[in-house]
Design a protein around this ligand. Structure first.
Ligand SMILES: Nc1ncnc2c1ncn2[C@@H]1O[C@H](COP(=O)(O)OP(=O)(O)OP(=O)(O)O)[C@@H](O)[C@H]1O
Ligand SMILES: [Mg+2]
Length: 348
């Protein structure tokens, strides 16, 4: 079979040589009535060789020029002849075809990725505008009422100013949360890992929630599984934020008279830390999207509680910046458990 350019040149020149030899032999036979073996052999060798070189040279030029243009397009840089030697013993066309196919594949993947990012960006901006609209409208409402005479009305002026200020607080919270996420995402925040006692940290954070827990009549528990210390290697402030967000959620979405438990489990070179509640729980279909920015299960309910759906997005970013994993399991009506891993303390 003819696959490579060289094989093609040989094939064509062989046919040319055979035809030329036939014509010469028949010609000499008719004209001179004789047959010269030397002439036949010479014709065959000469026409064969000459046509081989001509065909080979033309093919090489044609292929190099055409394929170079193709490569220049797909790799979007200039290729001079020296950078692009063609091996005439290769199946050049098949090689090029493969190269083009792989180029198409990478381009298609790039386009898909860009489309995904674009969709994400659009959704993100939509969500952000939506989240900011609520506090802005309420601030605007209070200010307008104050301007239209409410300022003199002592029964409402301070109250309305306080409410407007709450709206500003809410906006500030959203922006600060977004800032935190963006900073972690773009690695502008350094994760400052040290050996710390997780039991200590958990006690500290649980203490800070005592008043809120009492108000909601929820018990806070620390279950250390008989471990005296739980020494882990992490950024104390960041993991403190993780625990704060998880415990805050457990209280927000917990039931009166229920509990919130922080537990530790020892796994070879890791500790597993769990924050569990016996609150309202989460339907399974929400679980895969729970850690996305602005994602909330019950929009009306958590809006009422002041949530924006950024808490878990921050948690996930922090855990991933530590190179660790977080997961959730939950049964509606029974409660939810968020668990994440942390590397054990390293020997100093
Ligand atoms: N322990 C939990 N029990 C039940 N639902 C939960 C729990 N934790 C989170 N959720 C659900 O997941 C959603 C996302 O939680 P996330 O902490 O990201 O946002 P949020 O609490 O609404 O707002 P914030 O940004 O103030 O934390 C919540 O709105 C809630 O519906
Ligand atoms: Mg939250």
């Amino acid at each position: 079979m003819v696959n490579t350019p060289r094989q093609f040149a040989i094939f064509v020149s062989f046919i040319v040589a055979v035809v030329a030899t036939l014509i010469t032999s028949l010609g000499t036979w008719f004209i001179f009535g004789a047959f010269s073996f030397l002439l036949v052999a010479l014709t065959f060798i000469l026409t064969g060789t000459i046509s081989y070189f001509i065909v080979f040279f033309l093919l090489e030029r044609l292929i190099t020029n055409k394929i170079r243009v193709l490569y220049r397009t797909i790799h979007s840089f200039k290729i001079s002849k020296g950078d692009f030697p063609i091996n005439m013993d290769d199946d050049v066309l098949e090689k090029t075809e493969k190269e083009v196919f792989s180029w198409v594949k990478t381009k298609r993947e790039e386009i898909d990725k860009l489309k995904e990012q674009e969709a994400f960006r659009r959704e993100f901006i939509g969500n952000l505008a939506h989240e900011l609209r609520t506090p802005i409208f309420s601030i605007q409402g209070y200010i307008l009422t104050l301007l239209e005479g409410g300022l003199e009305d002592e029964s409402i002026n301070v109250k309305f100013l306080e409410r407007a200020s709450k709206g500003v607080d809410r906006m500030t919270n959203i922006l600060e949360d977004l800032d935190t996420i963006t900073k972690i995402e773009s690695e502008r925040v350094k994760i400052n890992k040290k050996n710390i006692d997780m039991k200590d940290l958990a006690e500290e954070i649980l203490e800070s929630f005592e008043i809120k827990a009492k108000e909601k009549k929820i018990k806070l528990k620390l279950d250390s599984n008989d471990l005296d210390t739980v020494m882990v290697f992490c950024d104390r402030d960041k993991i403190g934020q993780v625990l704060t967000n998880l415990i805050n959620n457990a209280l927000n979405y917990g039931n009166e008279g229920g509990y919130v438990k922080v537990r530790f489990f020892d796994f070879e070179d890791h500790y597993l830390i769990e924050v569990a509640d016996n609150g309202i729980g989460i339907e399974e279909n929400h679980l895969p999207r729970l850690f996305e920015r602005f994602y909330r299960v019950d929009k009306s309910r958590s809006r009422h509680d002041g949530g924006t759906g950024l808490g878990l997005a921050i948690v996930k970013h922090i855990i991933e910046a530590h190179g660790q994993m977080i997961s959730v399991r939950s049964t509606p009506g029974e409660g939810s458990t968020f668990s994440f891993t942390l590397q054990k303390a390293i020997r100093e």
